[in-house]
Design a protein around this ligand. Structure first.
Ligand SMILES: *Cc1c(COP(=O)(O)O)cnc(C)c1O
Length: 521
C-alpha cells in the first residue's frame, strides 16, 4: 500500500475551497469556521492514513472529506442545548432544567433582556438603584420578612449567610441535618468554605434541646437548621423545631438560620400533597434568616433567595462575596414576575408551570393520557399503545417520598426493544425522555404540556422511530460505517446527524415552531 500516493490524493485546500459544497458552507456559516474545519479534518485524515493498513478504507475516508467538513462546521454552529420533552413524570428534574418558566413570563423577560432596563437604576430618584429592589418588597409582603435579597442559587445563599454571620466562629447543626444535596453540595463542606466551623450536635436520629444548649460557647455565632428536603429519617427520631430554638438563641443573642431547600410558599396539603413547611411559617416562628431555591417548589428561575431580619440581610448585601454570587437581569426579572403571581395563591397555582403540574387533578391526567394515546394510535405505529396508571414525583430533592397518582401513554413497541426505542427517542430532533418500566415506555402526561403531543406523535410517525430499521437507526449505522465513531467525532456526529434529521423533520411537517416551542402556549 503506497501511503505517499494516498497522502497526495488528499485534495489541496485551494481546490477544496472551490468545491461547490464548501462554497455553500462558507456562504451559510463563515469562512473562518470552514477553514478551521478543513484543517481539523485534513489533520484527522492524515493521521488516519498514517495508522490505516487497509487502502480501501483510507480511500473511503478521503472521499468522505467534504462530508466530514460539513459535519464539523455544522456542529460548530449548532447549539447543543435544546428543548426536550419530559415524559418522566418528575416535575423538578434537575438534569432537565428543573422549573420551566411560563411563556408569558418569558416574553416579558425577553423584552427586558433584549434591551436596556432599570436593573440597577432608580427611575424615581434618577440615580443608582439596587437589583434586589424589584422583588424585595414582594418577598417581604408574601413571607412576612423584614428584608430580602437573592443570589445565584441556594448553595450560594447558604455560603453567603454563613460567611456573613459566622466567619471565624462556630455554627451549631444537628447531626441529623448534615445534608448532601446533589452535585456535591454538602453542608459540612460549604461550612468549611465559608470560614465557619461546624459544631455537630445530637445523633443521626435524635437531637435534643440540651444538645444545642450544651454546645453554645463564646465562639458560637449562629444556630443552623437544615430542612432534610431530599431524605427522611423515620422511626425513633427527635428533632428540635425552630420555635424551640428561638428562645435559646435569644438568650444567647444568636441568630437562627434555616435552610429550607425547596422554599414552598403555598400550603400544598390543600391539594393532597404532604405538608411541606412553608417559608411564611419559618418567618412566623421567628427564624432570623431563611434561604431557599428559586427553581424548586417556588417554580421560578435558578436563584438562592435569602429573607429575614434587616440587620442580617444588610450584612450580606455588604459582603464582598455577594458581588461574586449576584444574580443577573434575567433572574431579577423572572423572580419579580414569579413572585407577583403569589399575590394570589389561586393565580400562582394556575400560572406557574411547576405548581400547575403538581396540583393537576388525576382526572385531568387521565383525559390527557387518553388524548395522547388516541393521537398515537391514529398514527398507526407498530406498537401497542394504551393509557396506564403511573406515579409522578416532585423531584429536585423535594418531598422525596411523595408519589402523585398520574396517567401515562404506555408504548410497547412490536418491532424493536424498549431499550432501543428509548435510545431513539433520545435522538429525536426534539428529544423525548420517557420513563421505562416493565418493558414499557411510559410518557407521564403530568410533565408534558398538551401542545407538545403533536410534536411527539409527528416525530414518532414521520421518522419511523418504531420501525425495525428507522431513519434514525440507519443514519447512525451509516455514520458508524463511514468511520464516524464516537472517538473520532465526539459531539460532531451527534449534532450534524441531528441537523440532518431536523431537515427531515421539517419535511415531515415539524416546523421550526414545533421544534423550539417558542411561540406555543
Ligand atoms: C436543594 C437544596 C440546596 C441547594 O439549592 P440549589 O438552589 O440547588 O443550589 C441547599 N439546601 C437544601 C436543603 C436543598 O434542598
Amino acid at each position: 500500500m503506497n501511503k505517499n500516493m494516498l497522502y497526495r490524493s488528499i485534495p489541496k485546500v485551494d481546490i477544496l475551497l472551490e468545491d461547490e459544497a464548501i462554497q455553500a458552507l462558507i456562504a451559510r456559516y463563515s469562512r473562518e469556521t470552514v477553514m478551521e474545519s478543513i484543517h481539523i479534518e485534513m489533520d484527522r485524515l492524515r493521521r488516519y492514513i498514517g495508522q490505516c493498513e487497509d487502502e480501501e478504507k483510507a480511500r473511503m475516508q478521503i472521499s468522505l472529506l467534504t462530508a466530514h467538513i460539513e459535519m464539523t462546521v455544522g456542529a460548530m454552529h449548532t447549539p447543543n442545548m435544546r428543548m426536550v420533552v419530559n415524559g418522566t413524570g418528575t416535575i423538578l428534574h434537575t438534569n432537565l432544567g428543573r422549573a420551566p418558566i411560563s411563556p408569558e413570563h418569558m416574553k416579558r423577560i425577553a423584552q427586558i433582556a433584549t434591551g436596556y432596563s432599570n436593573l440597577e437604576y432608580n427611575l424615581e430618584a434618577g440615580r443608582r438603584g439596587e437589583r434586589y429592589s424589584h422583588f424585595e418588597k414582594l418577598l417581604c409582603k408574601i413571607t412576612g420578612a423584614e428584608a430580602a435579597m437573592a443570589v445565584n442559587n441556594n448553595a450560594a445563599a447558604v455560603m453567603l449567610i454563613l460567611s456573613s454571620l459566622a466567619k471565624g466562629g462556630e455554627v451549631i447543626v444537628s447531626r441529623g441535618e448534615l445534608v448532601e444535596i446533589g452535585g456535591k453540595f454538602r453542608i459540612p463542606d460549604v461550612m468549611e468554605q465559608s470560614g465557619a466551623a461546624l459544631v455537630e450536635v445530637g445523633t443521626t436520629n435524635k437531637t435534643h434541646y440540651d444538645d444545642y444548649e450544651n454546645a453554645i460557647t463564646e465562639e458560637t455565632k449562629a444556630l443552623l437548621k437544615v430542612h432534610t428536603s431530599n431524605y427522611r429519617i423515620i422511626g425513633f427520631t427527635d428533632t428540635v423545631g425552630i420555635d424551640e430554638l428561638i428562645p435559646l438563641a435569644k438568650e444567647h443573642e444568636l441568630p437562627v438560620i434555616e435552610d429550607l431547600g425547596s422554599g414552598v410558599l403555598v400550603d400544598l396539603s390543600k391539594y393532597g400533597i404532604t405538608y411541606e413547611p412553608t417559608v411564611q411559617e419559618s418567618i412566623r416562628k421567628g427564624a432570623d434568616v431563611v434561604c431557599f431555591s428559586g427553581d424548586k417548589l417556588l417554580g421560578g428561575p435558578q436563584a438562592g433567595i435569602i429573607i429575614g431580619r434587616k440587620k442580617y440581610i444588610d450584612m450580606m448585601k455588604k459582603n464582598q462575596l455577594t458581588r461574586a454570587l449576584r444574580i443577573d437581569k434575567f433572574t431579577a426579572a423572572a423572580l419579580e414576575l414569579v413572585l407577583q403571581e403569589y399575590l394570589s395563591e389561586e393565580k400562582a397555582v394556575q400560572h406557574l408551570p411547576v405548581l400547575r403540574m403538581i396540583t393537576m387533578p388525576f382526572e385531568e391526567t387521565e383525559k390527557n393520557a387518553r388524548t395522547l394515546c388516541r393521537m398515537l394510535r391514529r398514527a398507526s405505529l407498530p406498537a401497542k399503545i394504551e393509557p396506564q396508571r403511573c406515579e409522578s414525583q416532585i423531584g429536585g430533592g423535594s418531598l422525596p417520598l411523595e408519589r402523585i397518582p398520574s396517567m401515562a401513554a404506555a408504548i410497547r413497541p412490536e418491532k424493536i426493544s424498549v431499550a432501543e426505542l428509548e435510545e431513539r427517542m433520545r435522538h429525536l430532533p426534539v428529544p423525548v425522555i420517557p420513563r421505562t418500566s416493565n418493558d414499557t415506555i411510559l410518557l407521564d402526561v403530568r410533565t408534558i404540556e398538551k401542545h407538545l403531543f403533536s410534536t411527539i406523535v409527528n416525530q414518532l410517525k414521520e421518522l419511523d422511530v418504531l420501525e425495525e430499521v428507522s431513519l434514525i437507526g440507519e443514519r447512525q449505522t451509516g455514520a458508524k460505517e463511514a468511520g464516524l465513531t464516537e472517538e473520532r467525532h465526539p459531539g460532531a456526529k451527534e449534532v450534524s446527524l441531528t441537523e440532518e434529521r431536523q431537515t427531515k423533520a421539517k419535511e415531515a411537517g415539524l416546523t421550526g415552531k414545533h421544534q423550539t416551542g417558542a411561540d406555543e402556549v
